[in-house]
Design a protein. Structure first.
Length: 283
């Protein structure tokens, strides 16, 4: 397969998480003859750097991120060759709002810290494994339990620890970056699935929340396509373009309340913008 790439930069409007500052985010779009995808690693979370991802891919070697990218690229190429949108016949689910000031259309927010807790909405809190079990239980005791949807990654996953803190804390627990060999997931109520990290949809008996990887709109709508194609939560995490300064792609995104609308064009859309980019041969 012939591949080209285009490097891009996203500028956050605020720090994106306790693990990441408001520094510019670097990624790359991929293209084959007719398909497009995104590569957006988070080295803060253990991903190989963008340069390493591209160097390996140029040699025909893949990582979890580039395998997922090639999965989207193949699907996008198939749709573009047929002249149809990947979203034909599909409905993108609604999303939670990523932050403390949700527009009125959003009934659920996702928080990365608890400095401010918005009123009147359900809460999804992501601690990125930063707490001890004792600290989690103390924090959970101070939350408005009736409005907590779930707590994501309060501590590093351990079946017995999660079973205990779920019972004592009285909150549903959500696991991110799940491993395929532990899909029984004792103590886990919700699985957070990032299509940017996996080329297959997880097998899980509970609720699955699909989220983008705080990446380029191409990756964001790749995640939206996976969410629209599978049985998922009524509220996913796909509204991440609002975390960045507008660019030509972000300005093209439209919404209906808390729901992303498919962009115009074939595949994941943005046809004219993608064709106008300068592309460099990868292999």
């Amino acid at each position: 397969m012939n591949l080209w790439f285009h490097r891009y930069t996203l500028v956050p409007v605020r720090p994106l998480s306790p693990l990441a500052s408001a520094q510019r985010r670097e990624g790359a779009l991929l293209r084959s003859d007719n398909g497009f995808a995104d590569v957006h690693p988070w080295t803060e979370l253990g991903d190989a750097s963008l340069d390493e991802q591209l160097a390996l891919l140029a040699r025909g070697e893949t990582t979890p991120i580039t395998r997922a990218s090639l999965r989207l690229l193949d699907a996008d190429q198939d749709a573009r060759v047929r002249g149809v949108s990947l979203f034909e016949g599909l409905v993108i689910p609604e999303s939670h709002w990523p932050g403390v000031e949700p527009p009125s259309a959003f009934d659920t927010v996702k928080l990365k810290h608890l400095d401010t807790i918005p009123e009147g909405v359900r809460l999804r809190v992501d601690f990125n494994e930063r707490l001890t079990p004792a600290a989690f239980l103390e924090t959970a005791s101070r939350l408005p339990r009736e409005r907590v949807d779930f707590i994501e990654d309060p501590v590093p996953y351990d079946a017995e620890v999660w079973r205990r803190i779920r019972a004592e804390g009285g909150c549903r627990l959500a696991l991110d970056r799940a491993q395929e060999d532990r899909m029984s997931h004792v103590g886990v109520d919700v699985l957070v699935h990032k299509p940017a990290l996996s080329d297959r949809f997880p097998s899980f008996d509970g609720e699955v929340v699909v989220t983008s990887y705080m990446d380029h709109p191409i990756g964001q709508f790749g995640a939206a396509w996976v969410a629209a194609s599978n049985p998922v939560s009524a509220r996913c995490g796909l509204m991440t373009h609002v975390l960045f300064e507008p660019d030509a792609f972000i300005e093209r995104i439209t919404c209906d309340g808390a729901k992303l609308l498919p962009p115009g064009g074939t595949g994941v859309g943005f046809d004219d913008l993608l064709e106008a980019l300068p592309w460099t041969r990868l292999r």
